[in-house]
Each structure stands twice: as structure tokens, then as C-alpha cells.
Design a protein around this ligand. Structure first.
Ligand code: ZN
Length: 463
């Protein structure tokens, strides 16, 4: 059967109709692009806009939890987020939610024409109250075609009496030295934590725990502890889930701004409060290495006396001996950065100082997958410019053995003994054979005198 109507109209009418349909189609596409709700771009238009927003009051005063849900065929989502009576807070949360939706779309876009495309975005919120603060922990999970694409965490900490959002800078009173101590602690906690340590991605962890204010963005306060969150797969293999490090506030009390400190005297803090003067401590340090023979001999001697030390390495040498750098670290010693080329930093520009430090960090990270934890400026030459350019603690010495000058194994022990005092930091160099040859009497004497051998970072709190 032929359509009777078709006969009555000429082919130009068909062309006109096709043209009109095409034009209308273009307008619809154009309007869709103009839509201010971009989550529906390219989605199934029949279900577009079918999203529902419900609000319910939280059990905690002043919070409502909003649930925004769409059953879109290709790009459904369920997004939950908190709102309060504070404009700044609400804006910060909404910005995050909008960005998450946008990101979800951008991940779907490459496959948008696939018929079987099916995504899911879920954001759930947990709320914790501590003192007069609320912590919101948002877990953001994206699934594309049943495959989990990403699980990320976002947190908001608000003083609910003032509406102020609290960042890590406020928490640590803006003290960069505190941040350095804090960052190093988070890194070591991840490496020690039985739930994560076998999954840790050391290089990623090193970068995710650099002492920079913008890095520590995800944390919550609850149960007298600070919880630090990482995204799934960010610092550990995905099998480890979402890594969370709990640090009791009492432990970091000395680092906290006064309003976050807790009124208790804890024995166990990140910086020991009771400087036990009955104990004898010493930190041995070896600079300018590593050296393929001398460093190894020194490691063997330190092992014999069960002594820990700190090795301030030059990047220009560490680059050639990554295995030796690892051996130093694996023997329990601390690794410090001593610049790449041993220049006088006080005569250099900010950029040049940073380059000396960063290139050496790269060599160290290449070897051990971790940052160094302390810095020593060559010749002890330091000023404010150098301190500002170096992101970790700069530490000189209290006893100079002058081993670099005498190169005489017989002189090492008398030099140490003459200047010996409690909590001393002793300067030696693991590039001179005479230092390795003269070390044993030093170790034997210190052990006999009851000295505990600490790394530089361990002894610093006593300074
Ligand atoms: Zn040096």
C-alpha cells in the first residue's frame, strides 16, 4: 500500500518538511546546550529534568541534609550534601557538588553514543560533632558500566557558632614548622599502619604529604582525634580502600592552635613535653655522601653498636648510588638533604636554592620513594631566605669533629670527647676513609657512657 497523502504533495514539500525538522532539531540541541543544568547534556531527553530534591533535618542542630536524585537512564545520580544557615559554607559545598556533577559528565562524554552506557554518581555525607565544630565527610563514588571509576573524599569543617570554615592552616595556627612536623608524621603513620603499609605507593605518598598548606585539605575532628583522609588509590593501591589516618589530638597538642588544644597533660606527644634530663642522648651525622666504600663501612659499625644516625646526602652523589641510599634507610637511619652541588646557599637566589633542594629530593625519592626529613645547608650557611626556600627543618651541628680538615683517624675520638655534651649533634663526613677508621672508639665510648643514639629528627625536640 502506498500512502495516499504522499501522492498529493510534490517532492519539494518533503524537502521543506525535512528542512523544518532539521531546523527544529538544531534549536532543541542549541537550547539543551544553553541549559544551566549541564548534568543533562547529551542525556536521554525523555527523562531529562526528572530529578528530585528532598531535604531533611539532621539530628544535629542547624544542619539540613539535601538529597538530589536523578533516575536518568544513562547518567543517574544520587547526591547528598549538607546545608546550614551560613552562606560561605553553603557556597563552598554547592561549588563542590556542581564540580562533581560536571566531572561525572566529562567522564561519560567519550562514551556518550554507546547504547549500553550506564553511569552512577553517588555522594554520601557523614556528619560528626566535636566541641563546637561539625565535620562533614563526603564520599564521592563514580561508576561507569559497573566499573568503579573513582572514589574520592571531600571534607568541610565548620565552627557552628561562628560559621567559620576551618582549614589546616587555622588548625596548626599558620605555623609552617608545625606543618612540617605534622606532614612527616602523617607520612610515617601511613607507612606504619598495618591496614595500609603493604599497599602504600611510596612516591605518591611522598607527594601527598609534602608540607604545603594546600595539600592537607581533607580532615575531620571527632572523638578527640583528627582524621586525615586520602582518596582511594591516591597514596595506596585501591585494595586498601579509602585510607584514613587517626591522630589523637593529645598527641599533636603542641602543634595545634590554642582553640583546638585539649586541656590535658599527655605523656605521649609528637614533641616530648617533659625533657627528661637524666637520659643521655646524641645524634651522629654524616655529610657529603653517600660513598660506595666509606658509607658501607660506617653502616657496618653503626650496626655493631646498634646506633642510629643521620646521613645528609648530596643529590649529585645519591643519584649514582640509589641502592646504597636505600640501604641507609633500611638500616633505620635518617636521610637528610644536603643540596645537589654543595654551594653556599646564602649567596644564591630563591630559585637557585629551590633547585638545589628539589633536584636532591628527586634523587632521594628515586632511591627510597620518600622525601628526606631534614636539611643541612652546606658549610652551615643559613639565613631567612634559605629557611623560606627549604620546606623541611634545617639543622646544623653542635660538635664539629673537623674530620674533613685533619683526615686523621686518631683525631676523631678526642675531638668528640673534648666537646661532648648531652643532646649533641656531631658533624662527620662519610666520604673520608679516616672517619670510618676512627669511628669505632667513638661508638664504643658513647655506648659505655650510656648515650642513646638518636636521629636528628628525634633529638631536635630536646633542643
Ligand atoms: Zn657538607
Amino acid at each position: 500500500m502506498t500512502n495516499p497523502y504522499r501522492k498529493r504533495r510534490g517532492p519539494w514539500i518533503d524537502l521543506l518538511l525535512i528542512g523544518a525538522i532539521g531546523f527544529l532539531g538544531a534549536i532543541i540541541v542549541f537550547l539543551t546546550f544553553l541549559s544551566d543544568d549541564p548534568i543533562f547534556l547529551h542525556s536521554d531527553k525523555t527523562s531529562a529534568k526528572e530529578h528530585t530534591i528532598t531535604e531533611e533535618a539532621s539530628k544535629l542542630t542547624g544542619i539540613k541534609i539535601v538529597t538530589d536524585r536523578s533516575d536518568d537512564k544513562k547518567m543517574p545520580y544520587t547526591v547528598q550534601y549538607p546545608q546550614m544557615d551560613y552562606e560561605t559554607f553553603n557556597k563552598a559545598v554547592m561549588t563542590y557538588i556542581e564540580q562533581s556533577k560536571q566531572y561525572y559528565i566529562s567522564m561519560m562524554r567519550p562514551q556518550q553514543d554507546s547504547k549500553k552506557l550506564k553511569g552512577d554518581l553517588s555522594i554520601t555525607v557523614e556528619t560528626f560533632e566535636y566541641d563546637h565544630y561539625y565535620s562533614f565527610v563526603l564520599t564521592n563514588k563514580t561508576i561507569i558500566n559497573t566499573e568503579e571509576k573513582q572514589t574520592t573524599i571531600e571534607t568541610f569543617l565548620i565552627d557552628y557558632e561562628t560559621g567559620d570554615l576551618i582549614d589546616i592552616r587555622a588548625l596548626l595556627n599558620g605555623d609552617l614548622e608545625s606543618l612540617k612536623t605534622f606532614a612527616a608524621h602523617i607520612q610515617s603513620e601511613m607507612l606504619k599502619n598495618p591496614a595500609y603499609k603493604e599497599y602504600v605507593l611510596e612516591k605518591e605518598l611522598a607527594f601527598a604529604t609534602e608540607p604545603k598548606w594546600r595539600i592537607f585539605k581533607r580532615f575531620a575532628l571527632k572523638d578527640d582525634s583528627l582524621f586525615i583522609y586520602f582518596n582511594k588509590g591516591e597514596v595506596a593501591k585501591p585494595e586498601a580502600g579509602v585510607p584514613v589516618i587517626e591522630i589523637p589530638l593529645s598527641f599533636i597538642n603542641p602543634l595545634l592552635a590554642s582553640e583546638f588544644q585539649i586541656p590535658m597533660q599527655s605523656e605521649n606527644t609528637i614533641i616530648p613535653s617533659n625533657k627528661d634530663s637524666s637520659k643521655k642522648r646524641i645524634a651522629l651525622t654524616f655529610d657529603d655522601g653517600p660513598h660506595p666504600e666509606v658509607t658501607k663501612q660506617i653502616l657496618a659499625l653503626l650496626k655493631k653498636y646498634n646506633a642510629k644516625a643521620t646521613f645528609f646526602m648530596l643529590g649529585s652523589r645519591a643519584q649514582y648510588f640509589p641502592g646504597l641510599v636505600r640501604k641507609v634507610r633500611d638500616s633505620g637511619h635518617e636521610i637528610g638533604n644536603h643540596t645537589w652541588s654543595h654551594p653556599v646557599l646564602t649567596e644564591m637566589s630563591h630559585t637557585e636554592i629551590e633547585k638545589e633542594y628539589n633536584s636532591t629530593e628527586e634523587a632521594i625519592i628515586h632511591a627510597i620513594g620518600q622525601h628526606s626529613t631534614v636539611f643541612r645547608p652546606p658549610y652551615g650557611a643559613i639565613n631567612e631566605d634559605v629557611r623560606n626556600a627549604i620546606p623541611c627543618k634545617s639543622v646544623n651541628w653542635t660538635i664539629d669533629t673537623l674530620d674533613w680538615k685533619y683526615r686523621d683517624s686518631e683525631k676523631l675520638f678526642p675531638m668528640v670527647k673534648k666537646a661532648l655534651h648531652n643532646n649533641a649533634i656531631v658533624l662527620m663526613h662519610d666520604i673520608h676513609q679516616s672517619t670510618a677508621d676512627g669511628l669505632e672508639p667513638v661508638l664504643a665510648y658513647l655506648q659505655k657512657e650510656g648515650y642513646e643514639f638518636l636521629t636528628v629528627s628525634e633529638i631536635l625536640p630536646y633542643h
